[in-house]
Ligand binder design. Structure first.
Ligand code: FMN
Length: 326
């Protein structure tokens, strides 16, 4: 058992969190991670409306009696999203842990804290983490440049970002982005983090509710098979390298700093991305994955994955590293 301030605070067995993932992080995945002793996370905005989120939370409760969290991602979007109503649904459902992400969570912290909810805030920069700590969040999950999805605009990798965050903050830090095995968990703990958050690694599991072809594409992908898109719009995202993301990058190159979201709309549409997971053609739309794809070689159950990562980390800490100390 690896005990940290984070596992104690959340009442979980292992310091491993499953990343909130649009279209992927449903009750099936979250409950499987929580049943495996990690912290499973449901993504609120995957549900079409707050009532559906309430139903999804109830479904997750019917699948696990362990703690799980709900991710609320606050990002600008083309269609208006009733974030406040989703937040209220989370409070009303009596969820114990929330992960906020995307932008400053100030608007929501008061209502979550008043309801006794523990708040993890995920961000990509130490200055944003300090703001969130000041606002009263309980934990910072810090996403390095390796991560899938929104990498921020600073391009600082976890080797630098995690120790900086740990030194700057008083609250526990979770290292996120690029994690997939036990050696890396031991590294994160050595850097001062109190756990890791994994997105891409949990996509390639038996319980992830996505087409087997997508999981297989992750297994086949190397560490160089991701691309950064939307940098000219200062909304940089790491996605899998495929036919569609190559086209987005080509268009961005062609149009330079003048490119607008409207120019890319048909390529980056959310519906097209979602279809990849349901239809199983990994080249038919944009989908998110991180550099850790290069380390992923199997599609285990969540419980087996978590147990293997913890066992490997313990082996590094108990056997490999002590043997190096003369
Ligand atoms: N993070 C969010 O906060 N909200 C999201 O909706 C979201 N969607 C994601 C969808 C996919 C398919 C993936 C792979 C990641 C997504 N993320 C999202 C980011 C993850 O929660 C996590 O921070 C990231 O995957 C960590 O990097 P890793 O993939 O290298 O482990």
């Amino acid at each position: 058992m690896l005990k940290t301030r984070f596992t104690e605070m959340m009442g979980i067995d292992h310091p491993i969190v499953q990343g909130g993932m649009q279209w992927v992080a449903t009750a099936e995945l979250a409950s499987a991670v929580s049943n495996g002793g990690g912290l499973g996370v449901i993504t609120a905005l995957t549900q079409p409306d707050p009532a559906a989120l309430s139903a999804e939370i109830a479904r997750c409760r019917s699948m696990t009696d362990k703690p799980f969290a709900v991710n609320l991602t606050i990002l600008p979007s083309l269609r208006p999203i009733p974030h406040k109503d989703y937040a209220q649904a989370i409070v009303d459902a009596g969820v114990g842990i929330v992960e906020t992400a995307g932008s400053n969570p100030a608007e929501f912290i008061g209502m979550f804290k008043q309801a006794g909810i523990k708040v993890i805030h995920k961000c990509t920069a130490v200055r944003h983490a300090l703001t969130a700590q000041r606002l009263g969040v309980d934990v910072i999950s810090i996403d390095g440049f390796e991560c899938a999805g929104h990498v921020g605009e600073d391009d600082v990798t976890n080797q630098i970002l995690v120790p900086l965050a740990v030194d700057a903050l008083d609250i526990p830090v979770i290292a996120s982005g690029g994690f997939g095995n036990g050696r890396q968990l031991a590294m994160a703990l050595a850097l001062g983090a109190e756990g890791i958050n994994m997105g891409t690694r949990f996509m390639a599991t038996a319980e992830a509710p996505i087409h087997a072809n997508v999981k297989q594409r992750i297994v086949e992908s190397g560490e160089r098979d991701t691309l950064l898109i939307l940098r000219p719009l200062r909304n940089t995202s790491r996605v899998i390298r495929n036919a569609v993301s190559e086209k987005v990058v080509a268009k961005e190159r062609e149009m330079g700093q003048d490119v607008k979201i409207e120019d890319l709309m048909d390529l980056v549409s959310g519906a097209r991305g979602r279809g990849v997971y349901t239809e199983g053609d990994p080249d038919s739309g944009l989908w998110t994955a991180g550099m850790v794809a290069g380390l992923i070689e199997d599609v285990p159950t969540c419980a087996a994955l978590i147990a293997g990562i913890v066992a490997e980390a313990e082996d590094v800490i108990r056997r490999r590293l002590p043997a190096l100390v003369a």
